[in-house]
Design a protein around this ligand. Structure first.
Ligand code: NAD
Length: 493
């Protein structure tokens, strides 16, 4: 079965297609129990296609195939250079088809072309190439008289990813796992499986041994739970909500104590001091909360503004939001920079956060309602002012284009407010005073800090959280460590 459409749009002309089966042991197959998932276009609310839905039976088959591949044709059997060559081939194939991948992501996620092609696909490709380069550079150390260490793969790794950056998340997961010799069973989000399935065809074409990469769409409660409980999976890499992360850790404890790394939610503070370059602060604050319609785990959703620039900031920031509102709509229009949220469920979730904020007394300075477009899941870029630290809109992750603005007086006070959260993914500091920039970014409890920029993500810089935003790091050399275990070999000389 395949999904195929012809597109004739201002930014992309041509066909877009992908297989709709489960990719197991090098082939596309139907799910054993025959279930399917409806895949919806969030810009229209209409059905795009159906894909196979894996259950625990398919997970068992995929894990068995992966385990066999690990023993016979991957892992310690294959030199790093060879793994690297295959990964580089995969990257080259992606590069040759990158516009089609970008278009498929636009259809399935509603992302504007400028984001899908300009950000997601670029980072995906960089990540694959970067880890292709790592494959022959993973080695241990020698410790005198005589011991040495080996950095060995875990074996079968389960990878569970969300819907906000579907293909990019696949590259963050698969790149370091394969470079280090692991084999993978990856479950895309049930909401956005299409680019992962298309990527599976490239895995086939690149010539990876069957079973090294298995990609199986399925629901969290069935396929996801089966992966996290599976006794032959040695590590799980998960990106998604804190609630699900907790379940995965519990499943690990109940099954075989598989190693778990978690990239979870956030409520990242942006702090704008009186001495900031205001134009820059406004620009970056808007990028921080409105990119990908706010469906970014590092979104700058709490904005603390010092009293001296508060009024000027709100004025300019709301103008930026109003501008985005006029550029909302069809992902394939050249001028679109703001898309829908991903699903009806997500739309309802965002609207209920908006309603709760109004009920708490926060003021919807701009937005705070559905966009006037009649179809699709579009929310107006929204800014709440008069927020106080205890409000839900300041404490809970919305995962939509909704900013909560809080006024502050002093540096000490804002550090305390910014750290008053269960999350610890990221933060951003805007000031022209370099000492303050360093002092404040050091004082904030977060895995990533941005100074005079926001949500900047580079393939070679570690990405991950503190506190209930998770643990373990993706990207850069740090991810290599999370996909290897260290063996110490002692030799009696
Ligand atoms: P989610 O936790 O509902 O789903 C994520 C994935 O987990 C999906 O593939 C889903 O099918 C699966 N899943 C759901 N229940 C499961 C279970 N019981 N066992 C195993 N797997 C299960 O999250 P979402 O709604 O898809 O994504 C949004 C959330 O992800 C937000 O909270 C966001 O902050 C977070 N996120 C974090 C990062 C990061 O890197 N820190 C990146 C993107 C998204």
């Amino acid at each position: 079965e395949t999904f195929k459409v012809e597109l004739d749009t201002p930014v992309y002309k041509g066909s877009v297609s992908c297989n709709t089966g489960l990719f197991i042991n090098g082939k596309f197959v139907d799910a054993v129990e025959g279930g399917t998932i409806d895949v919806i276009n969030p810009s229209t609310g209409k059905l795009l296609t159906k894909v196979a839905a894996a259950t625990s039976k398919d997970v068992d088959i995929a894990v068995a195939a992966a385990k066999k591949a690990y023993k016979t044709s991957w892992g310690l059997k294959v030199p790093g250079a060879q793994r690297g060559e295959l990964l580089m081939k995969l990257a080259t194939l992606l590069e040759a088809n990158i516009d089609e991948f970008a278009a498929l992501e636009c259809l399935n996620v509603g992302k504007p072309w400028s984001e899908s092609r300009g950000f997601d696909m670029k980072l995906t490709l960089q990540t694959l190439k970067y880890y292709a380069g790592w494959a022959d550079k993973v080695h241990g150390h020698t410790i005198e008289k005589l011991a040495y260490t080996r950095h060995e793969p875990y074996g079968v790794v389960g990878q569970i990813v969300p819907w906000n950056y579907p293909l990019t998340m696949v590259s963050w997961k698969i790149g370091p796992a394969l470079a280090t010799g692991n084999v993978v069973v990856l479950k895309p989000s049930e909401i956005t499986p299409l680019t992962a399935l298309k990527f599976a065809s490239l895995v086939q074409e690149a010539g990876f041994p069957p079973g090294v990469v298995n990609i199986i769409p399925g629901y969290g409660a069935t396929a996801g739970a089966a992966i996290s409980m599976h006794p032959d999976i040695r590590k799980i890499a998960f990106t998604g909500s804190t609630l699900t992360g907790r379940k995965i850790q519990e499943a690990s404890a109940k099954s075989n104590l598989k190693v778990v790394t978690l990239e979870l939610g956030g409520k990242s503070p942006n702090i704008i001091f009186d001495d900031a370059d205001l134009d820059q602060a406004v620009k970056w604050a808007a990028i921080g909360i409105f990119s990908n319609s706010g469906q970014v785990c590092t979104a700058g959703s709490r904005i603390y503004v010092q009293e001296g620039v508060y009024d000027a900031f709100i004025k300019a920031f709301s103008e930026a939001a109003a501008g985005l509102n006029t550029k909302t709509g069809d992902p394939f229009s050249e001028g679109t920079i703001h898309g829908p949220v991903v699903s009806q469920t997500q739309f309802d979730r965002v609207m209920s956060h908006i309603d709760a904020a109004k009920a708490e007394g926060a003021i919807p300075f701009i937005g705070g309602e559905r966009h006037s477009l009649t179809e699709g899941f579009f929310v107006k870029p929204t800014i709440f002012t008069n927020c106080t630290p205890d409000m839900k809109i300041v404490q809970e992750e919305v995962f939509g284009p909704v900013a909560a603005v809080v006024k502050f007086k002093t540096e000490d006070e804002v550090i305390e407010m910014a750290n008053d959260t269960n999350y610890g993914l990221a933060c951003a500091v805007f000031t022209e005073n370099v000492s303050r920039a360093v002092r404040v970014s050091n004082a904030l409890e977060a895995g990533m800090a941005w100074v005079n920029c926001n949500i900047t993500t580079e393939y070679n810089v570690p990405f991950g959280g503190y506190k209930q935003s998770g643990y373990g790091r993706e990207l850069g050399a740090y991810a290599i460590d999370t996909y290897t275990q260290v063996k110490a070999v002692h030799i009696n000389v």
